[in-house]
Design a protein around this ligand. Sequence first.
Ligand code: TYD
Length: 206
Amino acid sequence: MSGVFVTFEGGDGSGKTTQIQLLKKWLEDHGHTVVVTREPGGTDLGNELREIILHRKGFIAPRAEALLYAADRAHHIHTLVKPALERGEVVVQDRYLDSSLAYQGAGRVLDPNEVREVSLWATENLMPVLTVLLDVPADVAKKRQNALERAYDRLEAEAEDFHQRVRTSYQALADAEPERFLVIDGTLAIEAIHDQIIQKVSHLLS
Ligand code: TYD
């Protein structure tokens, strides 16, 4: 495959969307054809699965949840991402299998190695050449998401603990694969983050 597959990872509120849009514009300005996509979602079936995974009321068993993400991923990679890479395009994707490892792993119920195996089976082992991790402390991300400051209730405090575990998992993933990951302090200015990303991406494309 002649294309370039780049993924973005980070906690909720880490600024991925902003950086993905800036990178898209930069790539297009430099003559590349870019596909921006996301998981869960990115295809019609994916958007139906996304509704179920993120908005369905009620309990979803952890293994079922992991398989729903994997089903979304399998369809998305097969129908959208691989064809674009085969055409030689740049695919910039919001979340990929590292999200499953960090989030489903942080739930403490599933073994991250098993989650990884399921995901790799789903995608026939497709891995990104670069993964940008926007690292933001859980409390900063929380404040960004809440326009209004207010006292945390018990559930929100638990959620913050969960997001802390997600962050720790991401850091461990990045430490294990330093050549794939570019870890950036997500509390830096938007332009400073963008500069670090394009420095790495331009190197990859040259
Ligand atoms: P989304 O609204 O796309 O969040 P964000 O804008 O922060 O990317 O929701 C995606 C949510 O799904 C996010 O909370 C992380 C979670 N997720 C998983 O738990 N596992 C996965 O494999 C993926 C792709 C996402």
